[in-house]
Design a protein around this ligand. Sequence first.
Ligand code: HXC
Length: 302
Amino acid sequence: MFEAGLFGGHRILVTGGGTGLGKAMAARLLELGAEIVICGRRGGVLEEAAAELMERHGGTVTSHVVDLRDAGAVDAMVGEIWATRGPLTGLINNAAGNFISRTKDLSPRGFDAIANIVLHGTFYVTHAVGKRWIEGGHKGSVVSIVTTWVTTGSPFVVPSAMSKAGVDVMTKSLAVEWGCHGIRLNAVAPGIFPTEGATARLRPSSNAHEGERADNPMRRLGEMPELTNLIAFLMADGCEWLTGQTIAIDGGHALASGAYFTRYLDWSDAQWAEAGERIRAQTQRDKAERTAPSPSPHRGRG
Ligand code: HXC
């Protein structure tokens, strides 16, 4: 679909690039010639992903351990990238946190756990990168992963829906404010592209995808290359007048059905309790893999 070497000379940061959608997007851009930087909270997971991606596609992938909720740490990471690799040409805001919960059951800390990653963290990275582009006179491209809930809203994921809506509005706002610097911002709203992290936290029952396949106008879920090709198209040079747009890739789900998770309207207290337990167990497993930020980033080849 794209020419080999399309991203030669590009250096792209993918937040949350060690797993799931982020890793798949990083792989596609690497395959097309970009130098990739990935970041996340789990050092071991990042190092493994970087090694695997380079093994499979060659090129250079470096990784940084960072918690996006820490604005100082984010700025330090971006400064380090500029100093050790050179200016980025692109940023993919992919990192997110989410879990299903009845909104009445959320604590303020539960709300913050999601909003601090999705809304605040995405702003911190975009700001740290964008201000350096403007200072250095570099053009750049940002693609943020949002959801179709930014227009429909969605029950049981209210902190995520509110935060993603903020990222969507950031995209539109900065497309205008930073257009004169050659910086463009677009967003992609994927439908269901199953990943371990999202499935565990949003669909903790085993047959969750069955009904969603049947409800989709195309009677199926997304296939990862469809998403990664859209990302490559948006990041590539060639239609740089395209900015401030949010593109859904969901087989027409949002147009046909709107909000997600309406099936959970019928869940009993016991079902919610069981879902909460399973989700928390997944979070504990992830936490056990987190490492303190290392003083210098893991280096890839190149
Ligand atoms: C209610 C919960 C909860 C749950 C946590 N909390 N899980 N509340 N139901 N299932 C509450 C806790 O009780 C606590 O509040 C607060 O949240 C913080 O909990 P921590 O465990 O300390 O959180 P933390 O370690 O910061 O973890 C953040 C996280 C976690 C968001 C909770 O899930 C995470 O790290 N996620 C990253 C990966 C991820 O979520 N991937 C899926 C992305 S899917 P109290 O008051 O008790 O102290 C996605 C949508 C895509 O983004 C959609 C496509 C269509």
